[in-house]
Design a protein around this ligand. Structure first.
Ligand code: HEM
Ligand SMILES: [Cu+2]
Length: 493
């Protein structure tokens, strides 16, 4: 195990990181409840006014992506900080700005009824048919801008630190190893490669997002200021697609770090691994164009590119990661616990969750399936059973290496409960999609209701399981550092 940078600060560093995980985890659990309410409304079980349904949709989408990104950034920061020297005060600024942003968004949605969805597509924030007013839109847009600023600060710091240690972001991705100038043994660690990728794509995403948020804000204040809606849509989806995708690339670092420790084996960085990450970096940046397939005014070559590369988007990284995870675990005599069990489950969820996306990326299928619930079916599996599970894996990992809090039978039951419930929710969306149920509709025909009700019931079990995960983590927060952290860390191997 490599030496820790700034070891003496380990305890307070852990506390800062754990705060981001706790806030993220609690918001995720609360947002699940809004998901259940939406399914109950669509399933005809409860009566939710249509306007309120869209407030729920807005807060659920924004809250889930924001909270998962917040917690995932904590995971990335925790491990990256072991290889390069990051600024703790910047992480605190990041936390503070995100919290302020979240508060503004919540007030905008619930007190001022902003319901333009987390995609806030221009000119919707301004032209709402009086569903919400200027204040609601401004609170939401400013909230997102402040939240984005927090993330931008964080990535400026990770970029700075990576460049300081490795020379450039290209070297952080291991380009000098790919080109043969450097030996594979000297390749940057996986955590650095992944962090470099996320730094590049999310800085781009946030700058695009900030530009379109500011233009929206000006348009809300002064509607005579207008801009090209097609440009707005490009910027919006460049932001939304990339930012949502980057969550799993931050969270997966826990899988890279945890499995070698648990199996006492090396997971080497080779040329194929580096090429895969570089490919996914490039693809992630350009394939947001798959959101524009219905926009005939877009240049055709861009749409074809978006279509073709969508197949390949995350595949390179997924393949090297899933293969590597299987190889390192196979016949290793690994002792399964919550941390490793959740890490393994997340690889399963990520892999399975990509299949419906590939199906949907096929043009013929896309014409039928797009804008149906097939799409949330894909990303609930990929996010809920992949990215979010990695966050929980990290929570149990940190609790294990930094405290004496023990895992119990209840935690293990919660793991199975979570897996089954999240699979049910995803399958429910996919079945709805196959029934041609449109997505983002507050009201369903009777023939579309059964899967929604089924999903809502599964959602209750998911909330229970998630609560058990979070309780374990909060118990850790209270008992932190009873044993010397790094000493205890060696014992888990
Ligand atoms: C109990 C668990 C969950 C339930 C019951 C649930 C339910 C829902 C429902 C009903 C929708 C609207 C579907 C429609 O378009 O008609 C939705 C959308 C969405 N969900 Fe979830 N969800 C859950 C967990 C998650 C998780 C874990 C994430 C990501 C971390 C997530 C992210 C999203 C996003 C991004 C949308 C799209 C919002 C939009 O279309 O603007 N959800 N969810
Ligand atoms: Cu996308």
């Amino acid at each position: 195990m490599g030496a820790f940078v700034g070891m003496n600060n380990l305890k307070s560093t852990n506390k800062t990181v754990a705060t981001s995980l706790t806030i993220g985890g609690v918001i995720i659990a609360v947002m699940m409840i809004f998901g259940i309410l939406m399914l109950l409304a669509q399933g005809g079980v409860i009566d939710v006014p249509d306007a309120m349904f869209y407030q729920f949709l807005t807060i659920h989408g924004t809250g889930m992506i924001g909270a998962a990104a917040l917690a995932a950034a904590g995971v990335m920061w925790y491990f990256l900080n072991q290889y390069v020297e990051l600024s703790r005060s910047i992480f605190n600024w990041f936390l503070g700005l995100v919290i302020i942003g979240v508060i503004l968004v919540v007030i905008g949605v619930f007190s001022f009824e902003f319901a333009g969805a987390w995609t806030f597509l221009y000119p919707l924030p301004t032209i709402s048919a009086s569903a919400w007013g200027t204040i609601g839109a401004l609170l939401y847009l400013f909230g997102m801008l402040i939240l984005g600023t927090g993330f931008l600060l964080l990535y400026m710091d990770t970029g700075r630190a990576i460049i300081k240690k490795y020379g450039s972001l290209g070297k952080g991705l291991g380009w000098d190893v790919i080109s043969g100038k450097k030996k594979e043994e000297d390749a940057p660690p996986k955590a650095v490669v992944a962090s470099t990728m996320v730094t590049i794509v999310n800085t781009t995403a946030i700058l695009a997002g900030a530009a379109v948020l500011i233009m929206n804000i000006i348009n809300v204040i002064n509607p005579s200021f207008t801009f090209d809606p097609m440009l707005a849509k490009n910027l919006t989806y460049a932001f939304g697609h990339i930012f949502a995708n980057a969550i799993i690339y931050m969270a997966v670092i826990v899988v890279y770090e945890l499995l070698p420790k648990y199996t006492n084996r090396k997971w080497v960085v080779n040329r194929v691994f580096l090429i895969a990450w570089t490919m996914s970096t490039a693809f992630t940046l350009v394939i947001y164009t798959h959101h524009m397939l219905m926009d005939f005014a877009m240049p055709k070559w861009m749409l074809i590119m978006g279509q073709a590369l969508s197949y390949a988007n995350g595949l390179p990284v997924l393949v090297v990661t899933a293969y590597g995870a299987l190889m390192i675990v196979h016949k290793s005599g690994i002792k399964w616990d919550m941390g490793s069990g959740l890490a393994f489950l997340s690889m399963f969820g990520w892999t399975v969750g990509v299949v419906p996306a590939i199906v949907d990326a096929t043009i013929v299928v896309n014409h039928v399936m797009h804008n149906t619930k097939w799409v949330p079916g894909h990303f609930h599996m990929y996010m809920g059973l992949g990215a979010v599970v990695m966050l929980f894996s990290f929570m149990y990992y940190l609790a294990k290496v930094d405290s004496t809090v023990k895992e119990s039978k209840i935690d293990r039951i919660a793991l199975w409960c979570y897996a089954l419930a999240m699979i049910s929710i995803s399958v429910q969306f996919l079945v709805s999609g196959a029934l041609s149920t449109p997505r983002r509709w507050a009201i369903h025909y009777p023939g579309w209701m059964t899967p929604a009700v089924f999903g809502a019931i599964a959602g209750v079990f998911l909330v229970i399981a998630t609560t058990i995960f979070i309780i374990h983590f909060v118990r850790y927060m209270k008992n932190r550092g009873k044993l010397g952290s790094d000493k205890y860390e060696q014992k888990t191997a």
